[in-house]
Design a protein around this ligand. Structure first.
Ligand code: NAP
Length: 463
């Protein structure tokens, strides 16, 4: 697997990088372990200073960092800047909260005095992070900010199409004053997972990516009895009840389905609309999607970016053809997207048979599935018929009704009257084939922390 920066807007191969040798992978683990030996012993306040400095460095050059993202995976420059700001938010969240979230916890236990049974939160060591290209900085900070706070260090294997983003993250922490090895980038092959996870110094793996990658890497982790967290795909339901504000729901659906060119794990991929407003919603949705402007992602006027690479567009086209073959109605919307660049014509799928492959598939790009729901129960049934369980949305003016539906969705996240969000201070993660484990807030922090109990049992000689 060759690592390369290929501009998805121009198709130009900008820079290539050699895949790491076994020796280089071994050196990366050595470095991360060496850093761990000092890093985890530092007072937490010192560790958090490095996080704050990293946030300050990002803030000082939002456009510079954002340009790397746009160059490598084609996202709109405004969205790239928002990603950099989100990273600042995550870093500063842990600067403000990690110490309290890692504080020892005293347990009330029968026969013991207050303070005799205490849980201490201790780091584990080196972690392996395998990350995808769709949010090249966010993904690294999402695991890095909590785990560096806790005292762990990371060997990073980033996606092969965002090598410069990976290097920028490594440099960010070095420039922030971290010990060499706190975050070590390695241009690893898929096969390197075995070498890395078999090393006793590597204590776990966090992977974000496809189901195939998750299954493969977590199987390797299981072979060596290592913990894994998996943040995988999604096909979020976006439920619009008949009492929703239709124009608002349409606006959010267009955004939820098309930001990052539709390549978001928690994109609003399946719009499930109440029967009585279905026709009005679809008409307005079609019109709004047609207004998207495809073009240069560096141009602020562009609202639809190219996909991350040409092969992604080709794969998506195959899925759309398969949907047509299954009897779905396929409608291409809007002006023709440019020939140059990995663009994909916005497409709407309707009349999707519920037992079809299409209904079970994640479309990673600007393809909307729209379903008609007879009533609330039907909407929940359609929503839960997906193999994925990442996020979801419910649109209604009746908050209690929306809350009730939210509680019935088999997913890790539900947002009311907004697409599933990505926020620095709200946990992220899913159920079913969307993976297991959580990232962010205290939940993410504790995924790779040893909750060690220390019991002062020298009470009266009894056991
Ligand atoms: P991907 O192909 O699985 O790639 C993700 C990462 O896994 C890359 O670093 C990739 O390396 C690596 N990888 C892939 N197969 C591997 C294997 N067999 N062994 C070891 N490493 C392997 O995913 P993608 O297509 O780039 O990303 C899109 C997917 O990620 C979508 O399904 C999306 O929904 C999901 N995603 C989920 C979340 C979440 O938080 N739940 C967030 C973002 C994306 P190479 O690049 O070298 O192949």
């Amino acid at each position: 697997m060759a690592y390369a920066t290929t501009n998805p807007y121009t198709g130009e191969v900008v820079k290539t990088f050699e895949t790491a040798s076994e020796q280089q992978v071994a050196e990366a683990i050595d470095k991360a372990d060496e850093a761990f030996q000092t890093w985890h012993l530092k007072p937490i306040a010192e560790r958090l200073q490095v996080l704050q400095k990293a946030a300050d460095l990002l803030r000082a050059d939002v456009r510079g960092f954002a340009s790397i993202l746009t160059l490598e995976m084609g996202k709109l420059i405004g969205e790239a800047e928002a990603e950099v700001n989100l990273c600042i938010g995550m870093l500063e969240y842990y600067v403000a909260n990690a110490e309290q979230q890692l504080a020892p916890r005293t347990l009330p236990a029968k026969g013991f005095d207050e303070g005799d049974v205490v849980i201490h939160h201790e780091p584990l060591g080196v972690l392996y992070a395998v990350e995808p290209w769709n949010f090249p900085f966010y993904q690294v900070i999402r695991i890095g900010a909590p785990q560096f706070s806790a005292g762990n260090t990371i060997v990073l294997k980033h996606a092969s199409n965002v090598p410069q983003s990976a290097l920028a993250m490594e440099k960010l922490f070095r420039d922030a004053g971290a010990p060499e090895g706190l975050l070590v980038n390695v241009f690893a092959s898929h096969d390197a997972a075995d070498q890395i996870l078999s090393d006793p110094r590597v204590r776990g793996v966090a992977l974000t990516g496809s189901e195939g990658a998750g299954a493969s890497v977590s199987a390797t982790a299981a072979k060596y009895l290592k913990k894994s967290t998996l943040e995988l795909g999604g096909a979020d339901a976006f439920i619009v009840l008949e009492d929703a504000e239709i124009d608002k729901a349409v606006k959010w659906a267009v955004f939820g389905r098309h930001w990052n060119a539709g390549q978001v794990c928690c994109s609003s991929k399946r719009l499930i609309v109440a029967d009585s407003i279905y026709d009005e919603f679809v008409e307005k949705y079609r019109k709004a999607v047609a207004e998207l402007v495809a073009g240069d992602p560096m141009d602020e006027a562009t609202t639809l970016a190219p996909l991350s690479m040409q092969s992604a567009a080709d794969d998506l086209a195959e899925l759309v053809e398969a949907a047509r073959g299954e009897g779905c109605t396929v409608e291409e919307v809007g002006e023709r997207v440019p020939e140059q660049g990995a663009f994909f014509q916005p497409t709407i799928l309707t009349d999707i048979p519920l037992d079809s492959e299409t209904s079970q598939t994640e479309f990673f790009g600007p393809v909307s599935q729209i379903y008609r729901a007879k009533d609330d129960d039907d909407a929940v049934r359609i929503a839960n018929s997906s193999p994925f369980g990442l996020g979801g949305s419910v649109f209604s003016q009746d908050t209690e009704r929306a809350q009730r539906i939210a509680r019935r969705l088999d997913t890790g996240m539900v947002y009311l009257n907004q697409p599933t969000g990505v926020k620095p201070d709200v946990p992220f993660g899913g159920t079913k084939r969307s993976g297991h484990g959580r990232e962010l807030v205290d939940l993410g922090l504790h995924e790779f922390v040893n909750a060690k109990v220390v019991v002062n049992s020298d009470i009266d000689g009894s056991f």
